[in-house]
Ligand binder design. Structure first.
Ligand code: ZN
Length: 124
């Protein structure tokens, strides 16, 4: 396939972590404009917003984590968390599925889409 899939929780966590660094980066740039109070304030506010947003994203991860299903990865044997119908292992990025129907099929992010989920709900 050639495409690397990564675990969703890991992806979001990386995003949240980078937001923290971006936030501190912006605040650091703000310190360079000490003589211009208004400019420094803008940078500080932007930096704080970025850090606050990352806190929100971390909170969101916490919420999502309650929806994940813990499985042991058949590829590397480590416990991992799956989000959605298809997700990748947190450790080795092995594509995994919870749905027996999808087993053996090519890994496809579309299986997580709202439309697909709606279709299966209608079948119930
Ligand atoms: Zn694995």
């Amino acid at each position: 396939m050639g495409v690397k899939y990564s675990n969703k929780i890991n992806k979001i966590r990386t995003f949240a972590l980078s937001l923290v660094f971006i936030g501190f980066g912006i605040m650091y740039v703000g310190l360079l404009f000490k003589d211009k109070m208004w400019l420094m304030s803008i940078f500080m506010i932007l930096g704080l917003l970025s850090v606050t947003l990352s806190t929100v994203v971390y909170f969101w991860i916490g919420m999502l984590s309650t929806k994940t299903i813990k499985v042991v990865c058949p590829n590397c044997g480590k416990p991992t968390k799956l989000l959605g119908r298809v997700d990748a292992c947190m450790h080795c990025n092995e594509p995994l599925t919870l749905d027996k129907d999808l087993e053996g099929k090519e890994f496809d992010e579309r299986y997580n889409s709202k439309r697909y989920q709606k279709n299966t709900e209608n079948q119930k």
